[in-house]
Design a protein around this ligand. Structure first.
Ligand code: PEP
Length: 258
C-alpha cells in the first residue's frame, strides 16, 4: 500500500451467496464490530436482490455497497439485466466488472470495456478484474496477458476518469482455491499493471490508481499481501461472507506498513 498517493480499498465479493434477510443480519453484525475511527475505503458487492437491504442497513456508515455486474446499455430489451443507472438509483457506489467467473460465462474484453465506460458515466466506481489462468502462468505469458486485458478494458477511458477506476488483479488459479499468490508473485503483477497504466496515461495517474489483489485473501495472509508497495487493497470472496474475518482484513489494511 502507499497511502500517501492512493486509496486503500477492501472490497467483498459475495458472489451468489446470502439472501436479503441474511444480508440484513450480516450488515447489522458488521456494524457492531467495525473498527472505530478512520479506516480505508470498504465496499461490499452483493447479489442484486440484496442491494436494497445492504444499502438500507449501511446508510449511516462509510461502507459502500456495490453490485457484482452491470449491463452497459442504459435501458431496453435485455431481459434479466441491470443498468448502471438502476444501480446508482438503488444506492450502489461500486460495481465489479470482468470477474473471471463472468468471463468464463462468455464475457469478453469488449464487454468489460463497455461496462467500465458505462459505470464511469453513471458515477459508479468500477472494480475491473483481470487475471491469468494457471496454464498462462506456466507458459510464462502472465504479463502480456494482463497487459492486454488492461489495455482493452480501459480503452476510451479518459485521462480525467482513470483515477476513478479500481483494478483488481485476481489470478484465476487462486480464486476460491485456498491457494493464494505469494506476496512477491502478487506484487510483481500489480507493479506490472501500474507500469501499463503509466504507459497508457501518465506517471501521476499510475501513482494514483488503486490496484487490489484478490484470490483466497483472508484474515491470516492479508497483512503480508497488503504490505507490498503496489497492492492497495483486496477483493475478497469467501472471507467477506463472515463479518469477523472481513473486519480482521480491514484491520490489517489499517496497520502501518512501514
Ligand atoms: C473473488 O471471488 O473475487 C475471490 C477473490 O474469491 P476468494 O477470496 O474466495 O478466492
Amino acid at each position: 500500500m502507499n497511502r500517501k498517493y492512493r486509496k486503500t480499498v477492501i472490497a467483498g465479493n459475495w458472489k451468489m451467496n446470502k439472501t436479503p434477510s441474511e444480508t440484513k443480519e450480516f450488515m447489522n453484525q458488521l456494524k457492531t464490530i467495525m473498527p472505530k475511527g478512520r479506516w480505508c475505503d470498504v465496499a461490499l458487492c452483493v447479489p442484486a436482490v440484496c442491494i436494497p437491504a445492504a444499502v438500507r442497513a449501511m446508510r449511516d456508515t462509510r461502507v459502500g455497497i456495490g453490485a457484482e455486474n452491470c449491463n452497459a446499455n442504459a435501458s431496453g430489451a435485455y431481459t434479466g439485466e441491470i443498468s448502471t443507472g438502476m444501480l446508482v438509483d438503488a444506492g450502489c457506489k461500486y460495481v465489479i466488472i470482468g470477474h473471471s467467473e463472468r468471463r468464463a460465462m462468455g464475457e469478453t474484453d469488449a464487454d468489460v470495456n463497455a461496462k467500465v465506460l458505462a459505470a464511469l458515466e453513471a458515477g459508479l466506481t468500477p472494480i475491473m478484474c483481470c487475471g491469468e489462468s494457471l496454464e498462462q502462468r506456466e507458459a510464462g505469458i502472465t504479463d502480456e496477458w494482463i497487459a492486454m486485458q488492461i489495455k482493452l478494458g480501459l480503452a476510451g477511458v479518459s485521462e480525467d476518469k482513470i483515477r476513478k477506476v479500481v483494478i483488481a488483479y485476481e489470478p484465476i488459479w487462486a480464486i476460491g482455491t485456498g491457494r493464494t499468490a505469494t506476496p512477491e508473485q502478487a506484487e510483481e503483477v500489480c507493479e506490472n499493471i501500474r507500469a501499463v497504466v503509466r504507459k497508457l496515461y501518465s506517471s501521476k495517474n499510475a501513482r494514483a490508481i488503486s490496484i487490489l489483489y484478490g484470490g483466497s485473501m483472508n484474515e491470516k495472509n492479508a497483512f503480508e499481501l497488503l504490505a507490498q508497495p503496489d497492492i492497495d487493497g483486496g477483493l475478497i470472496g469467501g472471507a467477506s461472507l463472515v463479518p469477523e474475518k472481513f473486519v480482521q482484513i480491514i484491520e490489517a489494511a489499517n496497520q502501518p506498513t512501514v
